[in-house]
Design a protein around this ligand. Structure first.
Ligand SMILES: *[C@@H]1O[C@H](CO)[C@@H](O)[C@H](O)[C@H]1NC(C)=O
Ligand SMILES: *[C@@H]1O[C@H](CO)[C@@H](O)[C@H](O)[C@H]1NC(C)=O
Ligand SMILES: *[C@@H]1O[C@H](CO)[C@@H](O)[C@H](O)[C@H]1NC(C)=O
Ligand SMILES: *[C@@H]1O[C@H](CO)[C@@H](O)[C@H](O)[C@H]1NC(C)=O
Length: 208
C-alpha cells in the first residue's frame, strides 16, 4: 500500500490515534441518548468498511481475503483488520447498526449514516488516482445529503445532518508519504507540511 512506516511516523500516528480516541469517547457520551443520530465516516484504511472492494483497484488497497475479518465477522468485509474497526465500536456505542460502505451495491437508505472511507486515501490529491481522496469522499457526502433532502424533506434531512456524528481518519497517508519522500525533514518543514494538509482539508470541508 505504501512503504514501511518509519519509527517516527508510527509514533506520530499512534499519538494522533489516541487523541482521536479520547475525543471520540467524550463526544459519544453526549450523543448516546439520542435515538435518531446518524454517523458519517471519512478517511483512510483505519476506518474503511469496504469501499475499496467495489473499486477497480490494486489488491494492495483491498482487504477482501483471509485472515481479514476472521475474529469477528468470520469472513473478510474489506476492513483492514481481523475484526471490527473503530467506527464499528462507535456505531454500537451510539446504538446504530454497523455502517455499510457507500459503494455497497443497492444500498441507498442513509438515514443512519454511511461510511465513505477508502483505504490509502489522502487529503492532498496526490495518491494513486483510484482511491477516494478527501475531495471525492466529501463530494459523495454532498450527494447523500441531497438524497436525504429528497427522501425526507429539507427540515428532517437538516436535523439528521446537524445532529450526526462525523468521524475522520484523514492525514495519516499524507504523513507517511511526506516522511517517505523527505527522509530527514526539519521541524519547520514538518510544520509547513502539516499547514498545507490542514489548509487543503479545511478548503475541502468549506466547499462542501
Ligand atoms: C480495471 O483497471 C484495469 C487496469 O487499470 C483496466 O485495464 C480495466 O479495463 C479496468 N476494468 C474496468 C471494468 O474498468
Ligand atoms: C463467527 O463464528 C463464531 C463461531 O462459529 C460464532 O460464534 C459467531 O457468532 C460468528 N460471528 C458472526 C458475526 O457471524
Ligand atoms: C431507512 O431505514 C430506517 C431505519 O431502519 C427506516 O426507519 C426507514 O423507513 C428507511 N427508509 C426508507 C426510505 O426505506
Ligand atoms: C494545498 O496543497 C497544495 C500542494 O498540494 C499547496 O500548494 C496549497 O498551498 C495548499 N492549500 C492550502 C490552503 O494550504
Amino acid at each position: 500500500m505504501f512503504p514501511a512506516k518509519s519509527a517516527l511516523s508510527i509514533h506520530f500516528s499512534i499519538l494522533i490515534f489516541l487523541s482521536r480516541l479520547l475525543f471520540l469517547t467524550s463526544s459519544l457520551e453526549s450523543w448516546r441518548a439520542d435515538k435518531h443520530v446518524a454517523m458519517f465516516v471519512f478517511g483512510d484504511s483505519l476506518f474503511d468498511a469496504g469501499n475499496n472492494d467495489f473499486l477497480n483497484i490494486s489488491i494492495d488497497y483491498k482487504a477482501d481475503f483471509p485472515p481479514y475479518g476472521e475474529t469477528f465477522f468470520n469472513f473478510s468485509t474489506g476492513r483492514s483488520c481481523d475484526g471490527r474497526i473503530l467506527p464499528d465500536f462507535a456505531a454500537t456505542y451510539a446504538n446504530l447498526p454497523l455502517l455499510l460502505p457507500y459503494l455497497y451495491p443497492g444500498f441507498n437508505n442513509f438515514s443512519h449514516g454511511v461510511n465513505f472511507v477508502s483505504a490509502g486515501a489522502d487529503v492532498l490529491p496526490q495518491t494513486d488516482p483510484e482511491t477516494l481522496n478527501s475531495r471525492i469522499q466529501l463530494s459523495d457526502f454532498k450527494k447523500v445529503a441531497n438524497l436525504l433532502k429528497q427522501q425526507l424533506g429539507d427540515a428532517e434531512a437538516k436535523k439528521i445532518l446537524m445532529d450526526a456524528i462525523y468521524l475522520n481518519s484523514f492525514g495519516g497517508v499524507d504523513d507517511v508519504r511526506f516522511l517517505h519522500n523527505n527522509r530527514n525533514p526539519t521541524e519547520s518543514e514538518m510544520e509547513e507540511f502539516v499547514q498545507v494538509v490542514m489548509g487543503n482539508f479545511t478548503d475541502v470541508i468549506k466547499v462542501n
